[in-house]
Design a protein around this ligand. Sequence first.
Ligand code: XBP
Ligand code: MG
Length: 259
Amino acid sequence: MAGLEALIFDVDGTLADTERDGHRPAFNAAFADAGLDWSWSVPLYGELLSVTGGKERIREFLRRHKPEFIPEGSSDELIRQLHRRKTEHYVAMMRGGGIPLRPGVLRLLREARDAGVRLAIATTTTPENVSALLAAAPEPGLMDWFDVVAAGDVVPHKKPAPDIFELALAELGLPASACVAIEDSDNGVRSALGAGLEALVVTVSSYTSGQDFTGASLVVDTLGEPGQPAAAMAGDLRGHACVDLALLRALHREAFPGA
Ligand code: XBP
Ligand code: MG
């Protein structure tokens, strides 16, 4: 009966609401740098988010919206170049203090760390983006709080495939039954559940509120802060004002009664 041993966090939409005002403008800046007149509006980007991964998203945009486009060289090379430039823009934006952590994130990370509950990341995004986001947070050395950062192209299949959560579990050396996962999207929920992470909290983000989170233990608007309580959209906060460690332990016990 080891109980809850680790929290595994998604990044985009979960630690920070990065998609609309972080990734999207970074893609657009990369397109402009390359002399392309493509511009991803807020609604178009919402549609493209059904495909996880930046390179995969550009490829899908070409397939769906620019079938007539013929690149000068290979489309793989163009996508690689655009994505490299996009990452540079995104990292620069984060270094400039780009996007803050969402309410309750730092509170929960501190609480877990103080209690000896380990921290991990399982994300589709490029590792440099994770470092840049965490380096800009108002907690020096935050990146080092995470025992495991599983990110980007290190697995063959991105979310909704379970690979990235499976990798995080393998690197933690823990079974899914020792962990709680925290996500913001339907693709993330499918990925976590596919890896056996049935103790699963969803914090909906700007693009994900209408999505299907079947299988999640709890769906909330934010993790909540003192004076800024979380609101449950599905599941039960059990009288807690915030998603705190006591609540996560209760959800974990319910998902894995024998663990
Ligand atoms: C995040 C993503 C990422 C980012 C862009 O999904 O899909 O692709 O949009 O990152 P999740 P890169 O939160 O489910 O992990 O451009 O670095 O791929
Ligand atoms: Mg996400």
